[in-house]
Design a protein around this ligand. Structure first.
Ligand SMILES: NC(=O)c1ccc[n+]([C@@H]2O[C@H](COP(=O)([O-])OP(=O)(O)OC[C@H]3O[C@@H](n4cnc5c(N)ncnc54)[C@H](OP(=O)(O)O)[C@@H]3O)[C@@H](O)[C@H]2O)c1
Length: 226
């Protein structure tokens, strides 16, 4: 396992690719995971086209998650549980799983401007109930637009509320600092993920009403300088 590497499962999609561009641009090794090895390899090639010096490889999800202390889940909400169940035997204590999922009502055939209520409280807490003991879950990056992540020539301009236990939360807050324009905000315990996930549905509605397909972000005012 490479201590600096970041694995992104479902990194073949828009959000995962955007993060892969940004993290490799910052010099961090990235492992892209997919259900299909050839899609992962293809996505790694895409990252190299955008970031020629990228240290990136593509692997099947179950192999990708063993290569990095940080594993970002970048699949649609409705596939979180099956994805976590598919890799959980490969996870080891001390690894951090990052939940970026939002329980959009599209999961039940409704619109993306609303969410569905979850017994667990949030997608992140759903994940926390599925990972093996000793694996930490942190919630982050739900309010960041894929479009803005992918436009690597521009700053992203968004606050990222990071929630979870203190030590893993601080490690994920450090990741935000790798991306120009992202600012990590200490979001406290994982249960606060339920508030952060809801904001994404609001942002999707705002993007539609204000015709901003590039995606709005959020900023908190009055925070002391870190
Ligand atoms: N897009 C955004 O602007 C945005 C913003 C904030 C947060 N997010 C969150 O980030 C996550 C990824 O978003 P996205 O837009 O990148 O999603 P996406 O493109 O729709 O899907 C991402 C990847 O999920 C995998 N996937 C699809 N169906 C699956 C299934 N049945 N089981 C397991 N994996 C499956 C696919 O990878 P393979 O086929 O290669 O396995 C796909 O490339 C979501 O949870 C979303 O809520 C997205």
């Amino acid at each position: 396992m490479n201590e600096n590497a970041i694995a992104i499962l479902g990194g073949t999609g828009d959000q995962g690719l955007g993060l892969a561009y940004r993290f490799t641009q910052a010099g961090r090794p990235v492992v892209i995971g997919s259900r299909k090895l050839d899609r992962a390899v293809e996505a790694a090639e895409k990252v190299r086209e955008v970031v020629p010096a990228a240290d990136v490889e593509g692997l099947a999800n179950e192999d990708a998650c063993t290569k990095s202390p940080i594993v970002i889940l970048s699949v649609p909400f409705e596939h979180f549980a099956s994805t976590v169940k598919g890799i959980k035997d490969k996870l080891s204590p001390g690894q951090i799983v990052v939940s970026m999922g939002v329980p959009l009502a599209t999961a039940v055939g409704d619109g993306a401007m609303r969410t569905v209520g979850l017994w667990q409280g949030s997608c992140a807490e759903l994940v926390a109930g599925l990972v093996p003991q000793g694996v930490e879950v942190v919630s982050a990056f739900q309010n960041v637009s894929a479009h803005r992540l992918q436009h690597v020539e521009d700053e992203v301009q968004c606050d990222v509320v990071v929630s979870g236990a203190k030590a893993p939360r601080e490690r994920i807050m450090e990741l935000c600092a790798l991306v120009p324009g992202l600012r990590a905000v200490n979001g406290g315990p994982l249960a606060n993920a339920r508030i952060v996930e809801e904001i994404t549905a609001l942002l999707i509605g705002l993007n539609i009403r204000y015709k901003t397909p590039e995606g709005l972000g959020i900023r908190f005012t009055g925070l002391p300088e870190a």
